[in-house]
Design a protein around this ligand. Structure first.
Ligand SMILES: [Zn+2]
Length: 1373
């Protein structure tokens, strides 16, 4: 369901007029239900009244006057790929829709319900259910195909539930046409339909809305349910009834079905020559395009109004009246009853029309465009009079000319500045605001009057002078017309002129909305207003919402928001949309659409049924409705943010251990659509001029689904050799110099030619032609027709194009690549060039935006997008589609700088070092982590063996007696000791501890083993695990309940030997950190407070994490003195035969080292491994390219790995075929592999490879001849560079302080503090107490062996007593 929108291939150009065709055809073949045509997509239409349902108590009735412009309907057809169907097309061909109801009823017992209130079970043949995904009718698009039962969840405004209804939408295969009156529920007015239960014995049917039982005047009496299939309304969700009852007094029988309603052109005569020329060609083309039966009228306006007379077919003559005031009744009578012919069918007046247009002359006076007198209002009044003919009061007995579907098209080049409804020439006119207000009211009134006579006024503006949109908009809106702005009177204007005249689907439209009692209509946005009660038939308990449509156009739709009134218990809810209107052939039609949606409890099932794009459009319309001004629009951007957050919160799932939520993947397209809306022309800053914004807004509120969707989110199509196109996500780095791209943004279509391509004349011409054809096809049925703009890369107009795209240049490359795989094929130079060719915006990129919302996880969305992205199929081409696994996106959702903790947790998991375990604080070490541990182990183990240390292994369990023997020692560990208290079901007599460290485990045996001086020194080490049941903030590697380490325990005869070894071991630890892990450390001694419990003194190496400003103890080497020897009686007989106690050491380092490494080197792309500890130092990735020698590339990769491995470099090739190179880049970057080698066709040719460094991203091409040397050299450089960079960062954090104030300040700045100290225990306790806070107290980290000079008289920073030493202080892990 995350499929992108789909275009439908065939925009049904011919609307099938409803010819008087009797069709109650029984044959099932006739029953092809329209909704099952995959190739036709309804284009909904537009307009924008807001109505709140009466139930709501909020309001109903008077429509809010809307400035709205109707737009045009798209329906695009794209050769590119099957249109994205926002709704699922049902798989099969139209199934004969089994009719519903009756079938399930016990035919034998009809009397069972004679009372309307009886509950009937709604049962519908299951075949229908399978074949007809709910809501799959082109003119009715639901935002979800299921309804959530729970009121609370269903009514979440951020996502909401709604439907787009396009009353005027034609379906290429006509609906079932029924030439008789429909059966309507006597109680509520709903129509009988395919879901109605029918008693075939009595012909009674039950209403799906109110459940009333109705008679059918015997019509539905049938002998079998099969027979009922002959009633189209009982077998199809969409039927058209042609009214035959002639109930309306005004109904005029149609004699000539081809009679077309008149079109009057109202033309600005104040144009400069250049504009006029354009307009003239547009008008000539228009005349040639109009059907010959169409009657047209031509009116010119300036200071006067000239009405052309067609009675003489060789001269262009006109009757002229003054324009300064509304025409009098007398004047109008002159036109109506006079001898002139002001409306004439095209077949009779085509020549004269051409003649008239040719005779138009440019404006002669030397007056600026905006200051010319134009009596647009008067001209429209005259046009209306001509169309109406004699009005009722002046025309008793005179045949009325029907006005339905008539159209006035105003071609305006400037504002209305003369006569009624005019505004002063200049904004600075003192009376301008008042005049504007008056003009606005007058125009709205004029528009309403036009609507009452079923005349639609379209205002097509063009040119360079502002037309004062606020004044003209009401004229168009309230008549049901559209106001469109054009750059000039050229191409797009000409197309719109033609489309405006042809777009009507009917008039006198009334839309009735009925739903099951469970559902409430809360808002309607679209081209209509609440219908007055006396305009339509009403019923006793009619709960329908009736909307008077301003016009019935194919290009408009209503967006209806719905809510659950309460928790729903039934399995289905019903919706019925009835549209009554006169079609263009003046037949009265009642179109009835009935939809049944299943209800569900499951949020996931609901989400799966959500149509992202329909939902986005409904959300967008609701939002735009509130964005009346630019500042509103800015507010609405925030609203969009809130919506996305809210959806994640209400429907998403929480990310473990964080406040973030995963955006529900079922609706993963939604955020991007809303992001486009947020920054696009409708709500963003792309459109600067208020007029243009207002026009777009009005257009959008009424626009069909297809146009609305494109106006919300552009669609980007890249031209491919051979004339096919590939759909791309709209990220700006998507464009390459060698391609042409079409960007469809609804009201604008941009064609972008890459510079390289443009340089090649032949190729660029054909690419341009293909793009133009595509653009035209995409927008064939759209109204207004979009501007189609083509330009070259680098031109000033390119800015326009780029501004419509989502800026992605600020995203890290891997993120860009994950979303736009084509980038991976670019060389560094190409990419740099590409990047430099884009204009940089301050707007956030999509990923930044999501991250910025702080409630949803960017990577989750990226992943979903990437999955959707995986579906960008190469269109056309006919190439074999390879079945590949979908790639999931990569990338971290947190940055190291912004959210270090989350970043760390994510890196260790994403890089596949750690897996979380179901016991808190315990982690699985995956091979990627274990291999690092093993490398360090190998080094250290060999080194201590050189020192004659031997490995051994002591048990995990400790008896309490032994554990508790050394009091100080155990006090230090007691809270963290884990105990085994049970075996099986029985309690242990004495609980057993699990070692937190092994001093007490081992030393009883030391006592046993050490007898004489020859037994010394005893040097044992064990590689093992220990358990410390920590309760605070378990963190992988850094603070876990079980961890791996080595613990060395040595015993010596003398203190000197012990002291020496302490430092030798400490040096090895330094080497592990600095030489292997590339982390700078400080060697030093721990304070009394911080030393090992029970020991004599502790030395350690200390690292520092700049991001958190915390020190971290890297490893410790303790001298235990003789304390343990005393407790455990480790005595020996010395050379002199005296009894002596041993001097002991213990020392250890743990897997914490790995965590420190991640923290120090990792970056926003993931892990960064120093080459020395990387399990894999080099990853080799083939870059297969189309038409390239793939096998050759793969072979080269394998050979490269072999060469490197032979030389002792840890290398592998990633030859997986189901992942793209870009994905692999990201994958291995995440895992931190120091060097990446890429081999593509070009490399193969040049016998080289491309090498990319993980630490700094640098790329170099190196010859395969010197491969080993160069790679070795680079690995060394990386190792060194990582250390240098880390040292530089750490050093920058060191702050020397001398006073308490400086200390507190530095602590606040997350510094590594070096301070003079008196070395008193109580003072350190005091420091801890004084710095206690949320972040944890500060403490001494170590007294460095390398002491800076301590000047005489230096005071302790904390106590003011004489200082004895320099000590590092800070918060620590
Ligand atoms: Zn009813």
């Amino acid at each position: 369901m995350a499929t992108p929108p789909q275009a439908s291939p065939s925009p049904n150009p011919d609307k099938s007029p409803i010819t008087a065709a009797p069709t109650i055809s029984p044959g099932t073949s006739r029953f092809t239900s329209p909704n099952l045509q995959p190739d036709q997509i309804a284009s909904p239409s537009i307009k924008n009244p807001i109505m709140l349902s009466p139930e709501n108590g909020v309001k109903t009735g008077s429509p809010i006057p809307h400035l709205s412009t109707p737009p045009g309907p798209p329906v695009f057809t794209s050769p590119v790929r099957p249109a994205a169907v926002p709704f699922r097309t049902s798989p099969a061909t139209p199934q004969p829709v089994a009719f519903s109801s009756g079938s399930s009823l016990p035919t034998s017992s009809p009397p069972h319900f004679s009372n309307g209130s009886v509950e009937l079970q709604q049962q519908v043949p299951s075949a229908l259910e399978e074949s007809l995904p709910a809501g799959d009718i082109p003119c009715v698009l639901f935002s979800a195909h299921k309804v959530l039962k729970h009121k609370k969840l269903a009514n979440v405004p951020s996502l909401g539930f709604g439907v787009l209804v396009s009353p005027g939408r034609e379906t290429s295969i006509g609906p079932q046409v029924i030439q008789r009156d429909p059966h309507r529920c006597h109680n509520c007015g709903a129509y009988s339909n395919l879901y109605s239960n029918i008693l075939i014995g009595s012909g009674q049917w039950q209403c799906v809305i109110c459940r009333n039982l109705n008679g059918s005047e015997g019509e539905y009496v049938a002998s079998s349910k099969e027979e009922l299939r002959n009633f189209p309304e009982l077998s199809s969700p969409l039927v058209d009834f042609i009214q035959t009852g002639n109930k309306r007094p005004s109904y005029v029988p149609v004699t000539d079905s081809r009679t077309s309603a008149p079109v009057v052109l109202v033309i600005d005569e104040c144009l400069d020559e250049q504009h006029l020329q354009h307009l003239q060609s547009s008008l000539h083309a228009f005349v040639d395009s109009v059907p010959l039966t169409t009657r047209i009228g031509i009116i010119l306006y300036g200071r006067t109004v000239s009405v052309y007379d067609f009675s003489e077919d060789s001269i262009a003559s006109a009757d002229v009246i003054p324009g300064g005031t509304s025409p009098t009744q007398e004047t109008l009578k002159g036109f109506i009853y006079g001898t002139g012919i002001y409306l004439s069918p095209m077949h009779a007046s085509k020549e004269i029309a051409h003649l008239i247009f040719s005779s138009l002359r440019p404006y002669k006076l030397n007056v600026p465009e905006a200051s010319r007198d134009r009596c647009l209002g008067t001209a429209v009044e005259v046009a209306m009079a001509i169309i109406q003919g004699p009005s009722v009061d002046m025309s008793r007995g005179v045949v009325k000319r029907p006005g339905g579907n008539s159209r006035i098209i105003v071609c305006a080049g400037g504002p209305n500045t003369y006569g009624p409804g005019s505004v002063p020439h200049s904004y600075t006119h003192p009376n301008y605001p008042h005049r504007e207000k008056t003009a606005l009211k007058w125009m709205e009134h004029l528009g309403r009057e036009a609507h009452q006579h079923n005349i639609v006024v379209d205002v097509l503006c063009a040119g360079t002078c502002p037309v004062r949109v606020p004044v003209l908009q009401p004229l168009a809106n309230s008549s049901g017309g559209v106001l469109v702005l054009h750059d000039d009177f050229g191409e797009a204007f000409g197309v719109n002129l033609q489309r405006a005249s042809a777009r009507a689907a009917g008039s006198h439209g009334l839309l009735e909305i009925r739903c099951s009692d469970d559902i409430l209509v809360t808002q309607v946005v679209g081209p209509g207003e609440g219908a007055h009660i006396d305009t339509h038939e009403t019923f006793k308990n009619d709960i329908s919402l009736c909307i008077q449509m301003l016009s019935v156009e194919e290009t408009q739709c209503f967006s209806i928001s719905l809510e659950n009134k309460h928790d729903i218990k039934s399995d289905y809810v019903f919706f019925q949309f009835a549209i009554q209107y006169s079609n263009v052939y003046q037949a009265d039609i009642a179109r009835v659409i009935t939809i049944r949606l299943p209800t569900v409890d499951s949020v996931s099932a609901y989400l799966q049924s959500v149509q992202d794009e329909v939902a986005a459009v409904i959300i967008a319309k609701r939002t735009l409705l509130r964005a009346k001004s630019y500042s509103d629009a800015i507010d609405m951007q925030t609203t969009i943010d809130e919506r996305v957050k809210d959806i994640a919160l209400k429907f998403g799932s929480q990310v473990p251990k964080s406040k973030l939520y995963l955006f529900p993947k079922e609706i993963s397209l939604l955020p991007e659509l809303l992001f486009h809306l947020r920054r696009g022309p409708l709500l963003g800053s792309i459109v600067g001029h208020e007029d243009e914004r207002s026009v777009l807004r009005n257009l959008f509120l009424n626009a069909s689904f297809d146009l609305s969707l494109r106006m919300t989110a552009p669609r980007c199509l890249m031209h491919r050799e051979g004339g096919t196109f590939e759909e791309l996500p709209a990220y700006d780095l998507a464009m390459q110099s060698d391609t042409a791209v079409v960007l469809d943004h609804g009201t604008d279509v941009f064609i972008w030619l890459g510079a390289e391509l443009a340089a090649d004349e032949g190729r660029s011409a054909s690419a341009l032609a293909a793009c133009r054809t595509l653009a035209e096809e995409l927008t064939e049925l759209r109204f207004p027709a979009p501007r189609i703009l083509a330009f070259k890369e680098g031109s000033s107009q390119a800015r326009y194009f780029v501004s419509r795209l989502i800026p992605a240049h600020k995203d890290p490359p891997y993120e860009q690549e994950a979303r736009f795989p084509q980038l991976r094929t670019l060389t560094t130079e190409q990419r740099t060039k590409l990047k430099s060719s884009f204009i940089h915006f301050d707007d956030p990129s999509f990923c930044e935006w999501i991250r910025g919302l702080k409630a949803t996880k960017a990577s989750a969305i990226t992943i979903f997008f990437d999955m959707a992205g995986g579906e960008h199929k190469k269109s056309g081409g006919g190439g074999k589609k390879k079945e590949v696994k979908k790639e999931t996106g990569l990338g971290l959702s947190f940055t190291k700088d912004e959210n270090f903790g989350e970043w760390y947790s994510e890196v260790v998991v994403s890089s596949e070092m750690i897996e979380y375990y179901d016991i808190s604080g315990c982690y699985i070490l995956r091979p990627w982590a274990m291999s690092i541990w093993e490398i360090m182990q190998t080094f250290f183990d060999a080194e201590i063996k050189k020192m004659k240390v031997k490995n051994c292994y002591f048990p995990l369990f400790v008896s309490p007696g032994v554990l508790l023997k050394e009091k100080d020692h155990i006090e230090g560990f007691a809270p963290e000791v884990a105990w085994v208290t049970k075996s099986g079901h029985s309690d242990l007599e004495v609980p057993i501890a699990i070692r937190p460290t092994s001093e007490t485990v081992m030393y009883p045996y030391y006592s046993k083993w050490i007898r004489g001086h020859r037994d010394l020194p005893l040097k044992l080490n064990q590689w093992c695990n220990v358990v410390r049941w920590e309760f605070s903030n378990p963190t992988p590697f850094i603070r876990s309940r079980e961890f791996l380490w080595q613990e060395g325990h040595t015993a010596f005869a003398t203190k000197e030997e012990a002291d020496t070894e302490v430092l030798q071991i400490l040096e090895l630890y330094r080497r592990i950190y600095e030489e292997f892990l590339a982390i700078p450390v400080t060697k030093g001694r721990k304070s009394e407070l911080e030393k090992f419990a029970g020991g004599l003194y502790t030395t350690s190496i200390e690292a520092f994490i700049p991001n958190t400003g915390r020190g971290i103890q890297g490893a410790t080497s303790h001298c235990l003195g003789q304390n343990f020897a005393k407790m455990f009686e480790i005595n020996y007989e010395n050379e002199k035969g005296e009894k002596a106690m041993v001097w002991q050491n213990s020392w250890g380092y743990s897997t914490r080292t790995i965590g420190v490494m991640v923290m120090v080197h990792g970056d926003d792309k993931g892990l960064v491994l120093p080459p020395k500890v990387a399990a894999l130092q080099v990853i080799v990735i083939p870059i297969p390219y189309k038409d390239a020698d793939t096998q050759g590339i793969f072979d080269a990769c394998t050979a490269t790995v072999a060469t490197l491995s032979e030389a002792g470099i840890r290398a592998e090739a990633d030859l997986r075929e189901n992942y793209s190179p870009g994905w692999k880049y990201s994958n291995w970057e995440m895992k931190g592999v120091p060097l990446r080698i890429e081999i593509g066709p070009q490399d193969l040719e040049n016998n080289q490879v491309r090498v990319a460094r993980r630490d700094n991203g640098e790329k170099t091409d190196i010859s395969r001849v010197f491969l080993v040397e160069q790679v070795k050299g680079m690995l060394d450089k990386i190792q060194q560079n990582l250390f240098d960079a880390a040292k530089q960062k750490r050093d920058a954090c060191i702050e020397v302080v001398k006073t308490w104030d400086e200390f507190v300040k530095a602590l606040g700045q997350k510094k590594l503090i070096l301070a003079p100290w008196c070395d008193e225990k109580d003072v350190e306790k005091d420091v801890k107490a004084r710095t206690k806070g949320e972040m944890g107290a500060a403490k001494s980290l170590c007294t460095p062996f390398e002491q800076p000079e301590l000047a005489e008289g230096t005071k302790c920073f904390a106590s003011g007593k004489p200082a004895k030493k320099w000590t590092y202080w800070g918060r620590s892990y």
